[in-house]
Design a protein around this ligand. Structure first.
Ligand code: ZN
Ligand code: ZN
Length: 212
């Protein structure tokens, strides 16, 4: 991608900075290693097939281009090094959070360097917002430990939660409700969303991005 490195086009910039979540372990992507679900900041979700080089969005379907979703997946899974000129602060906060890949950055000699994912953001890391504390109750412990993906919907206060089992629940942090069958006052999904909001891992309920 030498040309792109020197002269990034709008789709590459969008791929790096737009709010998008790349999910590789849920829904149709669950047992297909080449399929990724990309959820945009507007709540649209598109399936990207990296083997076929296709995305189901209108941009990719109707134009002879590589859409921003395919580019984002390539960056997020480390297949394409993140361009040298990119200011890390400009990267979308969701970068690499939900895919099992290390972020890579291009370096001047053309090789690339692996940057360990940000400790505070890694699921199951020993410290950070998802660290299990001794006095957490059992649902909070599960909320922190399980492989749960949270993404922000455009509706105020609504988040979509992808559980480790592949189910999708809708959490409303304003009404304090969740669409899952757990009838406890605050299920693990609601707890997980609240933890991620506090930690700045997902946008706040008003849709504003957390201050980095
Ligand atoms: Zn697309
Ligand atoms: Zn729930």
């Amino acid at each position: 991608m030498t040309d792109d490195n020197a002269n990034p086009d709008d789709r590459t910039v969008a791929a790096l900075t737009d709010v998008m979540t790349v999910l590789d372990s849920i829904a149709q992507g669950a047992d297909a290693p080449d399929l990724y679900l990309v959820v945009s900041g507007s709540g649209s979700a598109y399936l990207v097939d990296t083997a076929e080089g296709r995305c189901e969005c209108p941009d990719d379907t109707h134009r002879p281009v590589e859409c921003k979703h395919r580019r984002r997946v390539a960056f997020a899974i480390g297949e394409r090094p993140i361009l040298e000129w990119v200011n890390p602060a400009a990267l979308d906060d969701q970068f690499g959070l939900h895919v099992n890949a290390d972020r890579r950055r291009a370096v001047a000699d053309g090789g690339d360097v692996r940057t360990p994912s940000d400790e505070s953001k890694g699921t199951g890391s020993a410290s950070g917002p998802l660290a299990v504390e001794a006095d957490d109750d059992p649902r909070t412990k599960r909320a922190k430990r399980e492989d749960i993906d949270v993404s922000f919907l455009t509706k105020p206060g609504r988040y979509e939660v992808y559980s480790a089992s592949g189910r999708i629940y809708e959490v409303d942090v304003i009404e304090k409700t969740c669409s899952c069958p757990d009838d406890a006052a605050r299920c693990k999904h609601l707890r997980r969303v609240e933890i991620e909001i506090r930690a700045g891992l997902v946008p706040r309920p008003d849709g504003r991005l957390p201050d980095a």
